[in-house]
Design a protein around this ligand. Structure first.
Ligand code: AMP
Length: 430
């Protein structure tokens, strides 16, 4: 299957060629023709499947006929809105819009919180066809009269499950209430939970469904291994693995922000350059950490799940689960940072006795047992009993069993990093 057979414009095919893509991914093969037909769509796919190009390419094509090279703002009304849960994802999606749309005269911008609003206001006033936004800041702009959705044709909800997890449902409903009823709506989500189905039944019209299951995505390309180890020896084992295997670019996941900071400091002490990225870091700090990591100035990036969500780091060779995630789906998101579209990667999980239930849940989701490899000198001491998992905070959670503390609710985090508080709108506008 080649891109040529998908019915895309020459300008888009050229951009795709320039990216070096040879073949469309399964989600692209399925989604692109449906979106071009004008259908509403529910896509079950996660990061790493090529879903962004799967919706961006046909979106650009739908908007291309009335694209104008005039400088007048009136010739550039908002015609598409892409909502994402986090600023990082918003930035990456917009980067894709620019990349694939570089031979078309369409304009795009990002709208997210945590940064000065004025530059965004200026971009909106100058006229822009495609807005990629997180919900909270978008509503701030609405409040300031910066948005006119009367020409909107397409709405895309990206990582809708995560937006619901983060408590954005009311904001999303409010935003959709501002949009013309006659529009095309696409919803992408890693899972189709009841909440997602309900959202879709409310806002999508007889949608087509496209499902890419974990089995045929990144998870398949990633070599996965579990290194059993004692709780207190994880840090030493991590340093040992990085040093002895000469790992150069390692993304390490911790469960809490505090844990990320502490681990990063300890790695530095071990002579391994690292940075932490999480919700308490300012936007410029996060961007800098990511850039330093991408260009190789920093060897290890320690991240929490929400901070790492949607990070697009091409061909990342190593992902380490320093602590297993509370929610099994997050494991798939994490390892999706490696083994992207065609490249192989390795995901190592350092698992202590406290995490055996979490590991079981993950293996159930993957429908396979992960290979275990005890590293010499780091064999777990079987006399150490399991302890409840520390998540750093109380509150929220999915009503899991007693050995599993709830997910952190991070109520004080900046917008786009909030916990599972349905009432988060009340905390907006800081
Ligand atoms: P996504 O799932 O949208 O986050 O995309 C994952 C990665 O795959 C990104 O780095 C894309 O640049 C890359 N990608 C998307 N489509 C293709 C393709 N058809 N061939 C190769 N790489 C691709």
């Amino acid at each position: 299957m080649s891109f040529d057979s998908l019915g895309l414009l020459p300008e888009l095919l050229r951009a795709v060629r320039e990216q070096g893509y040879e073949h469309p991914t399964p989600i692209q093969i399925q989604a692109i023709p449906l979106v071009l037909e004008g259908r509403d769509l529910m896509g079950r796919a996660q990061t790493g499947t090529g879903k962004t190009a799967g919706f961006t390419l046909p979106l650009l094509q739908l908007l291309a006929p009335h694209a104008s090279s005039s400088a007048s703002p009136a010739r550039h009304p908002i015609r598409a809105l892409i909502l994402t849960p986090t600023r990082e994802l918003a930035m990456q999606v917009e980067e894709s819009v620019r990349t694939y749309g570089k031979h078309l005269p369409l304009r795009s911008t990002t709208i997210f919180g945590g940064v000065n609003i004025n530059a965004q206001t200026k971009a909106l006033r100058a006229g822009v066809e495609i807005v990629v936004a997180t919900p909270g800041r978008l509503l701030d702009h609405q409040g300031q009269g910066n948005l006119n959705f009367s020409h909107l044709e397409v709405l895309i909800l990206d990582e809708a499950d995560r937006m619901l997890d983060m408590g954005f449902i009311r904001d999303i409903q409010k935003i959709i209430g501002l949009l013309p009823a006659k529009r095309q709506t696409l919803l992408f989500s890693a899972t189709f939970t009841d909440d997602i189905k309900q959202l879709a039944s409310k806002f999508l019209k007889t949608p087509a469904t496209v499902e890419i299951t974990p089995e045929n995505t990144a998870a398949e390309l990633v070599r996965q291994v579990v290194h059993p180890v004692d709780r207190e020896r994880k840090r030493a084992l991590l340093s040992h693995l990085i040093t002895s295997r000469k790992l150069q670019q390692v993304l390490v996941f911790t469960r809490t922000k505090h844990g990320a900071n502490r681990l990063s400091e300890q790695l530095d002490k071990d002579g391994i350059s690292s940075m932490a990225i999480h919700g308490n870091k300012s936007q410029p700090q996060r961007i800098k950490a990511l850039e330093d990591f991408k260009r190789g100035a920093v060897r290890v990036l320690v991240a929490t799940d929400i901070a790492a969500r949607g990070l697009d780091i091409d061909s990342l060779p190593n992902v380490v689960n320093y602590e297993l995630p509370q929610v099994p789906e997050d494991y798939i998101h994490r390892i999706g940072r490696t083994g992207r579209a065609g490249t192989e990667g390795e995901a190592m999980s350092l698992v202590c006795v406290d995490e055996h239930n979490l590991l079981k849940d993950i293996e159930k989701l993957l429908r396979k047992a992960l290979p275990k490899d005890v590293i010499q000198g780091y064999a777990p001491d079987p006399s150490i009993p399991a302890e409840p998992i520390q998540t750093g905070r109380q509150g929220g959670g999915r009503g899991r069993g007693p050995a599993r503390a709830p997910r952190p609710s991070s109520g004080s985090a900046p917008r786009g990093e909030r916990g599972r508080h349905p009432s988060r709108t009340s905390a907006r506008g800081k």
